[in-house]
Structure formats: C-alpha cells, structure tokens
Design a protein around this ligand. Structure first.
Ligand SMILES: [Zn+2]
Ligand SMILES: [Zn+2]
Length: 148
C-alpha cells in the first residue's frame, strides 16, 4: 500500500523520521481496528481496541520524552499538536496515582451509571474482592491502579 502523505505538508521537527515507522504502525493498527466488524459485540466493547491503540501511542510518545529523553521538546510538542498523543491523558500520567491511567473516561465519574464510585480498573488489586472480574466498561482496562 502506498504511503499517504497528504496530511503532512508542514515539515516535522528533527527526529521525526526515526519514530515515523512506529507511528505509521499505530496508524495502521488503528485503521484495522476501526474497520473491524462490530457484530456480536457490545457497543462500548467495539471501541476497546481503538482506545487501547490510542493509549499505547500516547504512552509511546510520553515515554520517549519523559522516560527515555529520546526526543526534543519541539518534537514532543509537535506530536501532541498533530494529535499523535492525547495531551490530557499524558497530563494525568504525570500525577501521582495516575501513572498508569488507562483512559480519561475512567476518572470522569459524573456521566457514569455508578455515580461517585471509582471505576473497577482504578481499584488497587489488593482491594479487589477475589473473583471479581476487573474489566472496565469504557476501554476494557484490566487494572491501571498505580499500586498494582
Ligand atoms: Zn483503567
Ligand atoms: Zn479506561
């Protein structure tokens, strides 16, 4: 399949070429997930693969900059501006207790059915009763508490 380059008219900052193959790979996985049949799945469940990929891509960018210090601030900002990563989610990862947060919906308790309570995936493993299935309805997360 030929590469589609129509969206990238302005020049990316230095270092982009090195991570581009990985970002292309995420884009391809994302397209596959979007085109996948939703038949026989619950509505929210069909979004899980897409949320997982977008999470993984944000994580990749976050780690490149904050953990591995492999990219410049300029490139990092550019990637977020071009929506390669979720700025709001990354902002949460910088906070204590949210280092592994799966998605923003899991901490937005307002529009949840079970008002006020924490999403099951945010509960530390030690506090989850034995036999409880940990599987978040929003993104399929199986536990993202910082203590587990
Ligand atoms: Zn979670
Ligand atoms: Zn989630």
């Amino acid at each position: 399949m030929p590469k589609i380059r129509t969206t990238r008219t302005k020049k990316a900052p230095d270092g982009f070429e090195e991570i581009e193959p990985i970002l292309d790979d995420y884009a391809r996985k994302m397209r596959d997930a979007e085109n996948e049949s939703h038949e026989g799945k619950r509505k929210s469940e069909s979004l899980w693969p897409i949320m997982r990929i977008s999470h993984a891509r944000s994580r990749y960018i976050y780690e490149l900059y904050y953990k591995r210090e492999a990219i410049s601030k300029e490139l990092y900002d550019w990637l977020l501006k071009e929506k390669y990563g979720d700025t709001n989610l990354i902002a949460k990862w910088k906070k204590t207790g949210y280092e592994k947060l799966c998605c923003l919906r899991c901490i937005q308790t307002k529009d949840m059915n079970y008002q006020g309570s924490t999403c099951i995936c945010r509960v530390p493993k030690a506090q989850v009763r034995a036999g409880t299935v940990v599987e978040c309805v929003h993104c399929g997360c199986r536990g993202c508490s910082s203590d587990s």
